[in-house]
Design a protein around this ligand. Structure first.
Ligand code: SAH
Length: 221
């Protein structure tokens, strides 16, 4: 995408590349999947943040999106997207739509995204924004995402962008065979680990804690 932010976006990608190298031992790889990198290069992050945050849209840090919520740091969005090993046929559930930025990155590399947000105002704004930007393969609803979105299960991937105190069983249940889930687990802002849940073809679940992260809490109800 060519626009006034193109240079800033290129600088951001170079920073993400460097942070991926620095955290290779957590990510299990020292470079971004080319499809994920292309998605990060194409999604206009400035279009997802409030006007006063736009000058900072391509800084590699979280920003405020209102209602006490944040848009994740771009490096984390890239890392979580990659953890799912996305492919063009994949159907993904996202919990915590927020402003819709992570949904847009995901939707650029998979077939279909179902995203659940508990704050109606954020869900409605995100859905409207995503439609306006032309992301036709993202479906947003207002609900408690810790219960998943059972109607469209099973999912090939699940991405949770708020920290759960304990593993939500409904999400594990809605993960299909061979599926992968990335979810921050932990109480308190600085005691969370980005956890990978894998379900094998026989339905056996394995859980592997990884990168230390700081997400807003997953609030039930
Ligand atoms: N992926 C988002 C990040 C948003 S921050 C983005 O790219 O902007 C996390 C979001 O999770 C917040 O919007 C918060 O309201 C939402 N959230 C918290 N608990 C939730 C729950 N139980 N169900 C659905 N959304 C939840």
């Amino acid at each position: 995408m060519q626009d006034e932010f193109a240079a800033a976006r290129e600088r951001l990608l170079a920073e993400i590349d460097s942070e991926v190298r620095d955290t290779a031992r957590w990510l299990g790889t020292d470079r971004l999947d080319p499809a994920v990198r292309a998605a990060m290069a194409s999604v206009p992050r400035h279009a997802f943040v409030p006007g006063w945050e736009q000058p900072y849209a391509y800084e590699n840090r979280p920003l405020s999106i209102g209602r006490g919520q944040t848009i994740s740091q771009p490096y984390i969005v890239a890392a979580m997207t990659q953890m799912l090993r996305p492919h063009p046929k994949m159907r993904v559930l996202e919990v915590g739509t927020g402003c819709g930025y992570q949904s847009a990155v995901l939707a650029s590399v998979v077939a279909e995204v179902w995203s659940v947000e508990r704050i109606a105002e954020l869900a409605d704004t995100a859905a409207e924004r995503l439609a306006r930007l032309g992301y036709a393969n993202i479906h947003v609803k207002t609900a408690d995402g810790s219960l998943g979105w059972p109607e469209h299960a099973p999912y090939d991937g699940i991405l949770v962008t708020a920290a759960a105190a304990a593993m939500p069983q409904a999400l594990v249940d809605q993960l299909g065979p061979g599926g992968r889930m990335a979810i921050p687990i932990g109480v308190g802002r600085f005691e969370q680990t980005l956890t990978l849940v894998e379900k094998d073809r026989q339905g056996k679940v394995s859980v592997e804690p990884g990168l230390p992260v700081a997400f807003v809490p997953l609030v039930a109800g």
